[in-house]
Structures are given as C-alpha cells and as structure tokens.
Design a binder for this molecule. Sequence first.
Ligand code: GLC
Length: 683
Amino acid sequence: LGYTRIKSSYQEVETEVTYFVPMEDDLEIWRLEIHNKSSAKMNLKVFSYIEFCLWQALGDQNDLQYIQNIAVTKMQNNIIYYSTFDRKPGFAYFSSSQNITSFDCDREDFIGSYRSEANPLAVENGKCFNSIALGGNPIASTCSSINLEPDEKEIIFFVLGVTDKIERAKEVIKNYHNKAYVDNQFEKLKQSWESYLGNLLVDTPSDKMNLMLNVWNPYQCKVTFDWSRYVSFYETGIGRGIGFRDSSQDSMAISYVLPLQVRQRLLDLARNQFENGNVYHVYFPITKEGGFPDYSKPEMPFFSDDHLWLILATCDYVKQTGDITILDEEVEYVEGSKSNLYNHLEQAIYFTRENLGPNGFPIQGTADWNDTLNLPGPNNAGESVWTAMQYHLALKELSELSDRYKQHQNAQKLFQLAKRMKDHINKFAWDGNWYLRAFTDSGVPVGSSKCEEGQIFLNSQTWAVISDIAPFDRAIESMENVRLHLDTKHGLMLLTPPYTRFYPELGGISTLHPGLKENGSIFCHTNPWAIIAECKLGRGNLAFKYYLQIAPPTRNEIADVHRAEPYIYSQMIAGRDHPKFGMAKNSWLTGTAAWNLKATMEYILGVRPTYEGLVIDPCIPSSWSHFTIIRRFRNAIYDFDIKNPDNVSKGVISIMIDGEKVEGNKIPDFRDEKKHKIIATMG
Ligand code: GLC
C-alpha cells in the first residue's frame, strides 16, 4: 500500500520502477531497477523525464503566458532546480543517483519540433541537449549511460522534491541516492500501513467483505481523511478545500485507529465556525482560511447541514476514544472570540433553531447534504426535511453527550427539542407511503408521490430510520418503497424518476443528466445509510445485498461496465436512467469509504462503540453461521468469536467475556492494553 510499481520487458531488458513518497520528506522517490536478461553485454542509455506543473494553479490556467516568462529551470551540481524568476515559491528539484552525462530543462528542446513524448528528439539522438529553461515549459530530463554484463542488475534512484532552500535539497538527496536508506524508508512506509491496518481483522463467510475490511476500505478511509475532496485527480484544490461536512464524516471512520489526528481535525473544523453557529463550507489546509463555494447564495451563505455534522462527528469521536476532554478545548470562532468545543456544538444547534422556515423545517440555505438541491427563490424559504432528520439526530446525540458532560439541564432541553422535531416530521413530512425530502421556496413538497418527477428520495427514508424518527410500521413501509423504487442491480439510486428538465425552484439537481450524480445516480455515499437502516430494522439479508451491490470486488466482476478502480469506492455509479447504467465515476475521495466501514463494522458485524464500552449487535445474512473480528477499541484489543447456530439475522442470546458469562450484550472498556476474548452466540 502507498506505492506504485510498473514492470516492463523489452528486448531482454527488464525494468521495474517503484514510485513512493517516504514518510519523512517532501519528495517522491523513483527506484528503477534494470536487469540485462540477455547473454550479451549491454550498453544502455537511461533517460528520465518529468514535466513540472506550474506554480500558481489558477493563474497558470488563465494567464499561462505569464508563468512561461518567469519560470526558471537550471542544472546546478547535478541537480535540476525549478523556480520562478523571483524565487518566491521556493524550489522543485530533480536528481539522479547516476552520473548525468546530459540533461534538458526545456520541453521544446527535449521533444523537438513536430514531435511528442512518444518520440522525443533527445532519446532518438542518444543524448539530451543540456538546455536550460528561462521561461518556456519547464521539465527535468537526465541521461546516463550504464553498462550491464549478462544477468547484471543496476538500481538507479531519482528524487523529485520541493524545498525552501537549495542547501536542504542537497542534504536530502544524498540520503535518497543511498540504497540502504531508500530501502529503509520503503520499509517504514510498509510498516506504517501494516500497523494502521493491524487494528482490524475480520474473518467472515464473505471473501469480498474480508478483502474490503482487512485492507481496502480502511486504506481508502485514510486517504480520504488526508485529502478530503481537496487536490486530486478530480479536484484542483482551487475554491474547494477541506470540506466541513466531508471531513466531519471522514473522521468518523478512523478515530478508532488515529484518535490524535481526528481530535486535531475536529478542532480545526470548529475553528471555522462563526459565533452564530454557522460554519464555513470549506477550509484550506495550508493557510487554514475558510470559505464558501462560488455557487453559495450570497443572501444565505450557509448550508443547512454543515454545522450539524460537527456534533455527530464529535459524539462519535468521544464514543470511539472515551476522550471527553476534547469538549473543554478552547477554540476560536471565525470572529476571533473563543469558547470551548462544547459551546461550539451548542451554537450549531442554535443556528438551526434560529433558521427554521415557514413549515417548521430547517431553511436550506445554499443546499444540504445534497449540494445541488438548492431550492432557490425570492423568499429564501426553501426547507430541508432531510436536515430536520439530521438535526433530530444531532439533538439526541448532543443530549446524551451533555449528560456525560454533566450538563443535565441542557441535556433535558435538547431532548425536548428532539422530541418536538420528531413529532413535527411525522406530522408534516409523511407523504402517505414515504417521507418527503424538502419544500421549495413557495412551499411545494419535493419527493412526493404527487410530484411530476423526483417522487421518492433515498435519504429521507434511510435517515428517518437512522435518526429514529420513523415508528416501526412507517420505517418498514418507507424502506420497502426504497427497495421497490430505488433498488437496482448496481445499487440504490438517490431518487426516482430523475428530473428530465430544469426546475427553477429546485436548482442544480435539475441541471444534471438524468441518472448522473445527484439527479438519480447510485450515489454510493448514501447506500451504506440504507445498510444501517436495514440493520436497525433487523433485515440482515437485505442489508448484505445492499452491501454487496456496490462492493468493489463485486464491481470487479463487471469491470468493463464499472470502469473505475475495482478495489476502492467511487462517488457514483450511473443510474438506471442513464445509457451508461453501471459506469462509476470519481473514485477515491468520497464519503462512501467512511460510511461503508461504519455500516459494516458497526451494523452488519455489529460491534459498536458507546460512551461506556462496546455493544455487540450483529445483523448478518441468515446463512452465516460464524464469523470473527479482532479490533482495537481505545487501549485494548477485543477478539470476537460470534456463532450463529440457529441461522438468525439478529439477536445475541449469550456472551462470554474472558471465560465468564455476562448478561446482555455490553462489553466494558478495559483500557488495559491487553487482548480480551469475547464469545457471542446469536439466536
Ligand atoms: C459530494 C460532496 C459532498 C456532498 C455530496 C452530495 O460527494 O463532496 O459534500 O454531500 O457530493 O452532493
């Protein structure tokens, strides 16, 4: 994990190049191994090539000619440096561990006229032109000669890095031209992933689930936590920094293993809150500046859900780690005043309370979880039923946390507010067979059987169950309608039927092609919410069916349809109404990773953290008769052996902890750095 290796073989020359970023330095290392497989001596030339990206991502897009007159790329003491004329940004550099016999810094010289990277002039020539770039398109290419005896191997190291000072680059490069040092760095990278993954080990009857939970799902969770929806293959990092709601959700999947990082992230997020409880939609990790996206409504620069995620993420963190002291941390508001994290959470509630619309549901602002459900209009009165459900959960969670924080009066108050909102939703947002999704600016219901299009939305059904809004019969009815209307062989669609024309009162959602993104695709992020809902209802076979539908190993079996990487989740899969039904898009940076890990670990396999310890409450396919989980929880290892002799989906009838029979399904917080054996029997 954490590296890329490419092997090739041509005319009895075998090469293998490994690319990785070491844990300790700001650079990427390329380890190239060349093997002469022939029975003759070989004299080879090795060319490297990298094209530097330019320094100012946005300026370079809209004023490319400028950077092309300030870029400087030069060779100095066998290192190629790239900077700008004023050297303000520092340096990028590139080096080779081999003796460099020629080099190029200017793309046009290396490639030559009327050519491309497929047939660069320098390579045909057998040597580079020793060009420097004063302006132009900066590259780094080195040429070295190597002589190999039959069956001889040679290893070359290339280093691509960034630094403030040239002197620092020189020191760092010395290390990375040394094989033992590089091998050691690679080992450290490996160990870091192994120790991260070693916190969870499952063995279930499903190979697909085992593969995902033991390796790929936690791996993707960490990558997503680190990058949010920031710079990546899909995002430029301009305008879109660390997403407030995205990172809150990503945090929930890894606090059991990286509590310190999550703690810091939650405090960084809280620093993006205004005194009135509203929050910035994004912040930029390097400058820590917060912001709102371009499409924000200027008169309502808020999203109805963003601030509430901080409550859900903090409660989750405290349950996972037991660290209630995080609530005492003093954190600045955007305006500069300070308050502890607990008050920040209270302010989040306050913001929603103060911004309820004419029907008593949270005002949508720019959007809610669904970035494209903008509900614009002259009254600024669009309302989100889904956010009301999220608000209800946040109230309940904060109420429970307040009790643990010895704020009993507050806990009571929040509990009452929750109750009121629950009744309100059940009274005014039940459409007859399922829950409504929203109200437009002029008060028209969205997600109703009476709508022309967009009659049923997934999120308001799943969250009615997740947040304990729906009484049992309504819960079953709405989830049955999910199965009936939204389920497909490629996963659950976000809504149906998708919008086939622009609806001014809905906004962005109706500008997307039917079946793509928020307009009725299988928006993968929301599928684990259906898994959680079905587990809460005890329907393990259905939950597992929903799990398998979008699981990468399943998608691998139809790779030609799926098209994205078969080992990680993608943001979306085209829905039934799109001609490319089943095609995935935007892999890697998606909340799907975090929520699937949560849905599987905590609801299907059923090991869930609470403030006091763990509960064991699986909801599995009835065909399973046995599974095991070994996981870290706070400072101890819990080794579960779960038997299902009667082939039920839910229900634990007995547990033994370290050889002693225990009543109920609660497992204490041992915090003793020891391993504990839990044998549970379902029935
Ligand atoms: C993208 C965004 C996320 C949003 C979702 C639905 O995944 O990153 O914040 O909730 O789209 O609009």
